[in-house]
Unconditional design. Structure first.
Length: 510
């Protein structure tokens, strides 16, 4: 009875949400551009925006000088990994993309509450829930976003430059870490390994420091452990062990050093000097955490940047495509084309690092959807998950309406691919008209997924192009808005005002 009443209430709420017109659109998507092969015309435009970007950076530099009391905003370049290009050979490409999506599935699963016995029992009695096999739990590469930081200070008197390190930008974790000398087990990275011995400003965190206990526990789930450097008493270092749900890990010494991002320099930044690291972090030097707890970059820089950051993720996958990561709330660095609309940022004490929001309604191509799962659970927004995962009821509604509208053009269907089950053969079409998904967030903000975020091109010839979203297995799992659906948006994280903002923006800055 209670369950039926709840269901009815949810239906009514869904219908109420439906009554408010959700602005919906479709857009023409150039499949060629989505795949990162850009024509001469695009390149010309790129060069002029690179110039504009330089001007903007210069202006921001002036801002900082002009008012020390003002909250500075730092604009960083945010580049797609370009270390390993997606292979051209169809079989190799197929294997590669499958691996990436399997890794993404590992990450998405790692956010779900562990209740394996119940899950197993439930799975045995349910049908129609496809479980994708977990691979080695490695993280994926090119579908994450990275930025370059400068770490360390010159040995006193000699002014040797800091190390430039390219790291993954992750809003789904807190502790920043880089691979460090002397590595006991490091994966191959493109930048030279960070050498603490070469930095005069480097210091190991003592194991009686609060950063080693409560802060590290909040950030990683485990407090640090004590170890001596061999020198004996009073010189105990704090060791961290960071394990990601997908099997990746970083372990090493908790340390402080000077870090510079986009021209701004921060002293005494707490990070992990990783001596043993594994996972598919590509060829990056490590990861920078933008989560909610004390050790994240956002929290450590809160006095300077007011606990606000934002990013704009580029859709184009070619190596030089660049978006921006802004620290601070100065909106003059944004190039948004619509006003920033805010929704409530929700915290879950059981999952401290994560940012949640509430999706109360959805529309595809302007047609409002009714689904029981809308507004029912907090939704995680994450820069480190690629493909958006929706509650089964919401996904089914999205898929049905998408299929109705997109399918009306008569494209032949194609086999599903990994976690993506709705695919088309678009061979011979350079451009297609794509119905767009609009999400209505609590408080009334509408976020419409960019055309580039609607389709995932499995085969370059267009013979297998899939709806770039997936269903969770169960209605009560945590839905996730992945980075694929955040492209060409200004996404603002205001941790002090407890709100998340969204605006349309063309993020292909370079
Ligand atoms: C780091 O990058 C900056 C800017 O590109 C450059 O000036 C500097 O020499 C680099 N430092 C090192 C150690 O490579
Ligand atoms: C930590 O230990 C060192 C050396 O024993 C001591 O000098 C320092 O005051 C201690 N710090 C705290 C916060 O207890
Ligand atoms: C989402 O917002 C709706 C409408 O305000 C509300 O009824 C619902 O309880 C909210 N859901 C969550 C998970 O906060």
């Amino acid at each position: 009875m209670a369950a039926a009443a709840r269901l009815l209430l949810l239906r009514v709420l869904a219908l109420l949400a439906a009554a408010q017109a959700v602005v919906g659109k479709s857009a023409v998507l150039s499949l060629r551009e989505l795949d990162g092969r850009r024509g001469a015309a695009t390149e010309t435009r790129s060069r002029s925006s690179r110039y504009a970007d330089a001007k903007l950076a210069e202006m921001l530099g002036e801002h900082k000088k002009a008012g020390a009391a003002r909250r500075a905003t730092t604009v960083l370049e945010l580049k797609r990994h370009s270390l390993i290009a997606i292979p051209d050979d169809p079989a190799a490409r197929d294997r590669y993309l499958r691996r990436l999506l399997a890794a993404d599935e590992s990450r998405a699963n790692s956010f779900q509450l562990r209740d394996d016995n119940d899950r197993a029992a439930a799975a045995a009695t349910r049908s129609g829930s496809a479980e994708v096999p977990l691979t080695s739990g490695i993280r994926f590469q090119t579908l994450n976003y990275v930025t370059t930081i400068a770490l360390g200070g010159g040995s006193s008197g000699f002014g040797s430059p800091a190390a430039n390190l390219t790291v993954i930008v992750d809003t789904g974790s807190d502790l920043t870490w880089v691979q460090c000398k002397p590595c006991s087990a490091c994966y191959a990275q493109r930048d030279p390994l960070f050498d603490p011995a070469g930095s005069a400003t480097y210091a190991a965190v003592r194991c009686n420091a609060s950063a080693c206990a409560a802060s590290l526990k909040a950030a990683t789930g485990t407090p640090g452990s004590c170890g001596t450097t061999g020198g004996g008493g009073g010189n105990e270092r704090c060791y961290y062990a960071l394990a990601y749900g997908d099997g990746s890990f970083s372990r090493g010494v908790l340390a402080t050093d000077t870090v510079a991002l986009g021209g701004a320099s921060l002293d005494g930044f707490v990070f992990g000097c990783g001596l043993s690291n594994r996972g598919l972090f590509g060829g990056t030097a490590g990861l920078m955490g933008f989560g909610r707890t004390e050790l994240s970059l956002v929290s450590q820089t809160a006095s300077r940047y007011g606990g606000i950051f934002s990013y704009c993720l580029p859709a184009v996958t070619s190596g030089d495509a660049s978006g921006s990561l802004s620290l601070g709330g100065d909106a003059s660095s944004y190039r948004n084309t619509t006003p920033v609309a805010y929704t409530r940022m929700i915290a879950d004490p059981a999952q401290p690092p994560f940012y949640f929001l509430n999706i109360t309604g959805a529309a595809v191509g302007g047609t409002t959807l009714a689904a029981q799962g809308l507004g029912a659970t907090n939704v995680l927004i994450d820069s480190g998950t690629v493909i958006t995962r929706l509650a089964p009821s919401v996904y089914r509604a999205v898929r049905a309406e998408f299929t109705r509208q997109f399918g009306a053009a008569g494209y032949p269907t194609a086999p599903g691919f990994s976690i993506l089950d709705t695919c088309y053969d678009l061979t011979g079409h350079d451009e297609v008209k794509v119905p767009l998904l609009t999400l209505r967030l609590e408080g009334g903000a509408d976020v419409t997924v960019d055309a580039a975020g609607m389709l995932f091109v499995v085969r370059k010839d267009g013979s297998q192009v899939c709806l770039a979203m997936a269903s969770l297995s169960y209605e009560d799992q945590t839905p996730i808005i992945g980075n694929y659906q955040q492209k060409n948006k200004r996404v603002v994280y205001d941790t002090v005002g407890s709100r998340l903002g969204f605006a349309d923006e063309d993020c292909n800055y370079v």
